[in-house]
Write a protein that binds this ligand. Structure first.
Ligand code: FES
Length: 191
């Protein structure tokens, strides 16, 4: 089973690529519908309508709301339902999750975990030494040649191991938190 760290920022795409169109993205195996709001911010909502699960990307953009393409439930950028055709009351369960987003370095990031923990300050700065394709290919070429001595190791070479351990610790933390929460019922009925 693939495990993901939820409480982290994930890249959705280049910020310049977002416009008013509804676009579907898959991040951590979750479908998300994203679009640029009228104020220029990027909205990200759960990609499935909570009624009959039609992908909201197949719906219609009306101002800063998304209208489901099946029966017309409409959601604003906070995920709140603003309209249910055929009835006046808005059921409490008629909402979709709204993912926090943040644009930095020309990239739009999506927070996939607890909304309360979303901190744009966690988005890393661009590394000082970028390992670009040209460098990696040159290193690979030299590694394939006979060598008289073994490459030396310095402190920064520990970074991947330290990072891997940190990821494993975070996965374990989120896994044990999940076990403590109640299972969700498959369906919630509302008149
Ligand atoms: S499936 Fe979206 S309103 Fe029915």
């Amino acid at each position: 089973m693939i495990q993901f760290i939820k409480n982290a920022w994930y890249v959705a795409g280049f910020t310049r690529e977002f416009d008013e169109q509804l676009r579907r993205f898959t991040i951590l195996d979750e479908h998300i519908v994203m679009f640029r709001r009228s104020d220029g911010q990027i909205a990200a909502l759960d990609g499935r309508c909570p009624h009959r699960l039609l992908p909201l990307s197949k719906g219609k953009r009306i101002g800063d709301t998304v209208q489901c393409g099946y029966h017309g439930l409409t959601f604003d950028c906070s995920g709140k339902c603003t309209r249910v055709p055929g009835q006046d009351n808005l059921p409490a369960s008629a909402y979709v999750h709204a993912y926090p987003t943040h644009s930095r370095h020309g990239i739009t990031w999506v927070w996939m975990g607890d909304v309360d923990k979303a901190d744009p300050g966690q988005i890393f700065d661009l590394p000082e030494f970028a390992e670009d394709k040209e460098i990696l290919e040159a290193v690979q070429e030299e590694e394939a040649r006979p060598q008289k001595r073994r490459p030396i190791r310095i402190a920064i070479d520990k970074a991947p191991l330290v990072y891997r351990k940190r990821i494993n610790d975070l996965l374990e933390l989120e896994r044990t938190e999940d076990l403590a929460s109640d299972p969700s019922p498959a369906f919630v009925y509302h008149d």
